[in-house]
Ligand binder design. Structure first.
Ligand SMILES: CC(C)(COP(=O)(O)OP(=O)(O)OC[C@H]1O[C@@H](n2cnc3c(N)ncnc32)[C@H](O)[C@@H]1OP(=O)(O)O)[C@@H](O)C(=O)NCCC(=O)NCCS
Length: 508
């Protein structure tokens, strides 16, 4: 039966060299205990830490996954996303740890393979991108170059696939709302749940143990249908001292509309986006929304597409989902990416990625840091800045229509929308349309082979991925083809005889 222990007691039980698999939610009661216990005792050390999604805090503050940024405590990181956790990403950049970045969906799904002792995941996800061992194998730094390959290319039924090898799970760390006396975990007031159950079963099947952080305990047994992680998979329960150490997200302690505890009238909380570059991009992307479509929005600028849909009164005609498991409602943007206000349903991230990988999405709008003439896109690495792919690889490879959304150049541009036109006062310092991207997070070649419908939406023009490469198909009012587009990119796109204007309503 599960025992209630303090966070420090739970962490003291973790042996050196263990593989710790985290459900990456704000576990601000359990996670800080890692640094405290390690600094006091020198253990646990040489850990392998595995997680799927990045959770912040978008800085080097000791919160979120930064609680694992201790040299010596961690030997190897296997993660889906790094860039939101600056201290952790710093350890990688300094070669202080071995580090692999694998697609977020692959990690979320892998726990089931680990639990059932299957040989890993065989999939097309990642082919031609930096996780493909013929490119970089997902290895993030020099220190990892000579380490074992976690991904290999195999041939199955005449088809080339990537084989992601399974890892051990010695300790699983999960989070819920309530634990009853049997250690059954309920998730009634969680903003998202990700892979609680999958992580717990994986750790138990590997002979390991599971630590669950909750905000309350109940002497009454939970209704069996409300138990999300059965107590047979839970060894230690840590009760958070307050909502501060058990917040809904790292940026919002408590929003009852996330978990379904209350329905928030959106008109009371919704703030219209100002008419800036971001809104122009989101308005153009929103024109790709179709009634009845299943749509995913990626982190960054594309999250504004949901806000535009709300402004245009079409939010309820489209079904938005976030890969971390919230369906419907108004997905949150900015740093608070993940939950939605007034969601209609929740599911685990592993199942969500089954749906996404299987072609369940009609449309995705995702970020754009760099693109090249082949239609390759990079969002995962900029110079020495390690960002990571997150769900980008799964989502863009599995979805029929991909709209990459981003400003045309990066770095302190001064561009306004005025009088129905774009006015470029100062160009951004850094070109984003390059001869060759720094890292391939989306393979233009693979997308063309698959016949995907791909658009690149910027504030000043729109490109389509054609069989021969990037084709310029729309241009914004007020923009000069030569000066504002061709001279501001590193390659010449395909230019048709006639280029359509971007819809003037976008700039009104
Ligand atoms: C690539 C990504 C960082 C773009 O973010 P965004 O908010 O949409 O776009 P922005 O243009 O505002 O870029 C964010 C920052 O990166 C910088 N940036 C973007 N492209 C850049 C480039 N090519 N070179 C240098 N800097 C760049 C911007 O200048 C900006 O910097 P700032 O915060 O100092 O102003 C974001 O989409 C991301 O993290 N993607 C990876 C994960 C992912 O997409 N998962 C998908 C499913 S969730």
């Amino acid at each position: 039966m599960a025992r209630i222990v303090s966070a420090d007691d739970a962490v003291r039980r973790i042996p050196d060299g263990a593989t710790v698999v985290l459900n990456p939610l704000p576990l601000e009661e359990v996670f800080p205990a890692f640094g405290r216990v390690y600094q006091a005792t020198g253990s646990p050390k040489d850990l392998t830490v595995v997680w799927s999604a990045g959770i912040g805090p978008f800085s080097d503050e000791p919160r979120g996954l930064n609680h694992f940024a201790y040299r010596g405590m961690v030997k190897r990181l296997i993660g889906g996303h790094f860039g939101l956790n600056h201290s952790l990403a710093g350890l990688v950049a300094e070669n202080a740890v071995e580090a692999y970045n694998l697609p977020q969906g692959v990690i979320a799904q892998m726990y089931r393979e680990v639990a059932a002792k299957r040989p890993g995941i065989f999939t097309q996800v990642g082919i031609g991108t930096f996780v493909d061992p013929r490119v970089e194998g997902g290895k993030l730094n020099e220190r990892t170059r000579n380490c074992e390959d976690l991904v290999e290319v195999v041939q199955v039924n005449g088809q080339k696939l990537l084989h992601y090898k399974p890892f051990r799970a010695d300790v699983g760390i999960i989070r819920g709302t309530t634990a009853d006396r049997l250690g059954n975990i309920g998730e009634d007031d969680e903003a998202i749940v990700m892979e609680n159950l999958e992580v717990a079963i994986a750790a138990k099947c590997c002979g390991g143990f599971v630590i669950a952080q909750v905000i309350q305990t109940s002497d009454e047994p939970l209704h069996p249908h409300h138990v999300r992680v059965p107590g047979i998979f839970v060894d230690y329960v840590v009760v958070a001292e307050s909502k501060k150490s058990h917040p809904h997200t790292l940026f919002v302690d408590d929003d009852p509309s996330y978990s379904g505890r209350e329905h928030t009238p959106l008109e009371q909380v919704f703030q219209r986006m100002p008419l800036n570059l971001e809104k122009v991009i989101c308005r153009r992307a929103a024109m790709e929304l179709r009634a009845g479509a299943n749509v995913n929005l990626g982190v960054g600028i594309p999250m504004g597409v949901a806000a535009v849909a709300h402004e245009e009164g079409i939010l309820d005609t489209v079904s938005f989902s976030t890969e971390v498991g919230a369906i419907g409602g108004l997905p949150e943007g900015g740093r608070n990416f993940g939950p939605a206000k007034n969601p209609t349903a929740f599911m685990s991230q592993a199942h969500m990625f089954d749906f996404y990988d299987g072609g369940g999405l009609d449309l995705t709008c995702v970020g754009l840091a760099q693109a090249d003439r082949e239609g390759n896109v990079n969002v995962s690495k900029l110079g020495s800045r390690i960002i990571g792919c997150g769900g980008f690889i799964n989502i863009t490879q599995g979805t029929r229509k991909c709209v990459f959304c981003g400003e045309f150049r990066a770095g302190a541009a001064d561009i306004a929308v005025d009088g129905g036109r774009l006015v470029i006062r100062r160009e951004g310092r850094v070109p984003k349309f390059l001869k060759q991207v720094e890292q391939i997070t989306f393979s233009g070649k693979f997308a063309r082979q698959q016949g995907r419908d791909v658009l690149f939406v910027t504030e000043r023009c729109v490109f389509r991925l054609a069989p021969e490469g990037l084709l310029l198909c729309e241009i914004a009012p007020g923009v000069d083809l030569q000066k504002d587009i061709l001279q501001q990119m590193e390659f010449r796109p395909i230019i048709p005889a006639e280029i359509a204007p971007m819809d003037p309503r976008i700039f009104a």
